[in-house]
Design a protein around this ligand. Sequence first.
Ligand code: MRU
Length: 359
Amino acid sequence: MKFGSRPARSILAYQSKARVHIVDQTQLPFRVEERTLTTWEQCAEAIRAMRVRGAPLIGVTAAYGMALAATRDATDAALREARQALLATRPTAVNLQWALDRMARKLDTTDPAERADAAWSEASAIEAEDIETNRTIGEHGLALLRVLHEKLQRPINVLTHCNAGRMACVEWGTATAPIYLAKESGIPVHVWVEETRPRNQGLLTQWELENAEIDHTYIVDNAGGHLMQQGKVDIVFVGADRVSLKGDVANKIGTYLKALAAKDCKVPFYAAVPLSTIDVRINSLDGVEIEERAGDEIRLIRGLSREDRVIDLRLLDANVNVANPGFDVTPAKLVTGIITEAGVFTPKELTPFLKARMI
Ligand code: MRU
């Protein structure tokens, strides 16, 4: 699938040129601008500034950051410095730690002279696995859409929050993969796309769905509950930044309110996640670090000027107090299921499955 003449990839890396190409998501959907990253410091900056974002893509970018680090200096000290700086870029998405741990396991057991090659091939494996994983998540999610379609015999209304689409991953997306596959399978789907203030990642989802010619309607965040009460939402699909053993889900701020409304309206609520988003070290997400983001994300809003320039408009003076938690936690009791590459699990089924997998 392509976006116009461009490949639908959020990231592309070339070991021979020691370069990583990203789409700068701070400019989307207004401009499709590519950036070339040639140092781990640039990878860290891209994650911190949200030029790349979304839990899986953050992990892949950090892995390539380690490959760039190993290309420049493969000593233990240099790699430790790069790893610590990359790890500090964003706190909530566990895929960052997961990818860096995986890179460290590879590099720690490789002779320094061979570390650069090993790092590129491990990062590229993480990237390739992301594509395959999301496609498989899509197949499991598709089965849920198919059941609904057989029952209702009309287009299925999916509500999604934030962007858990291909721009949050390498391809496919987690929450969007079932939707893309539904289109391929001839199952009609309509998507309610939530704006997702303050950064409006819903714009990315809208852009992706428009490019894929999938029927959708853009709504403000506060409309989701109302639409559920009206019977206009059949299923909620969101992504996640971290899921605990018992099935608590940390995702973009506002997800919890959608889960509450879904429970009240008996609308099934699913988080679509790769297993790498499950933090098997913790049972619940009580006390998980929730990223507090810059107040200017609320005080300013980005858009296109009449002259077609990307501009930030001021909504609030710089001295107005704002709070900007980036994520919230949806407790397992509000989650119908977790869609992973290994299948769909209710929160109760998740812990035994994960424990058996760890043995
Ligand atoms: O702050 P962001 O844009 O990185 O937050 C992204 C989300 O919350 C996504 O829903 C989550 O990472 C899942 S991405 C497949």
